[in-house]
Design a protein around this ligand. Sequence first.
Ligand SMILES: Cc1cc2nc3c(=O)[nH]c(=O)nc-3n(C[C@H](O)[C@H](O)[C@H](O)COP(=O)(O)O)c2cc1C
Length: 304
Amino acid sequence: MVDMSTVIGDIRLPSPVMTASGTAGHGAELARYVPLDSLGAVVVKSLSIMPWEGNPGPRVVELPGGMMNSVGLQGPGVAGWIASELPALRDSGARVVASIWGRTVEEYRQAAQALVEVQDDLLAVEINVSCPNIEDRRKMFAHSCDAVAGVIVATEDLEVPRWAKLSPNVSDIAEIAGAAGDAGASAVTLTNTLLGLVLDPVTGRPVLGGGGGGVSGPAMRPVALRAVFDVAAARPDLPIVGVGGIAHAEDAVQYLRAGAAAVQVGTATFADPRSTARIATDLQTWCRNAGIERVTDLIGTAHS
Ligand SMILES: Cc1cc2nc3c(=O)[nH]c(=O)nc-3n(C[C@H](O)[C@H](O)[C@H](O)COP(=O)(O)O)c2cc1C
């Protein structure tokens, strides 16, 4: 029997496979396909301090190697989520990772404070810094070491571990990850979607209602995998959760070998809502066939 448990900082998970934020609903929507307590964790869609409408449709477009979305972080806000979604997640036995976003450092602070009352129900909080900072000409927080550090410090009222979810659209991801870790993040989640644009060739207008969007799925896997590899090399002390284009156990193996302690599955869930469970089962089989007794034995082996 392969030991599938893993550790992210101080947290032990029974499985290294989790859902990715924004791709498995706000609460227990996937429960009818996957026993949520069998997953490493359920990472819920990013929440802001206030309810948020998101972008006009169309919000998703299929691409040859995945998809592009411009959902625009639609959500019920932290208080709405605590009232309407958290109870079902709690009942499912899932290990819950909440995710927050903001347009200013103050909004991140407020979202984090609003989660403090339920933090006993949370395994961790992912801080999605891949959002425009309206106080800095709408530059993305995740594109600046100082802005990332400022957000992480602003969320320190939370006593549960905070993971910084970073953008791949930067020239030196190791520097940004290091800034997040130095500011108090217990782990980094690598990566969010790649910035993209699809135009209608006839009208010349963006296909998505929000204009550009975020590219996800297998096409971005080498990009996110490289980010994991580079951060693991630069900061071996900083736990990494890898995400981007994972659709099969072999993809997860690459992330673990590159240095991730766990992985998240996003776009694959849209094609098959059982993807997370299937990948976890196949990963166990893969390890057994390869003579690997503990899944953690794979972590970082690409560096040796
Ligand atoms: C429709 C959609 C919505 C997403 N919403 C969020 C979100 O709310 N917060 C976040 O941190 N990431 C969000 N993401 C990014 C994913 O969590 C993940 O980082 C990215 O899609 C790469 O993984 P994948 O290729 O497995 O999808 C979203 C992705 C998609 C496709």
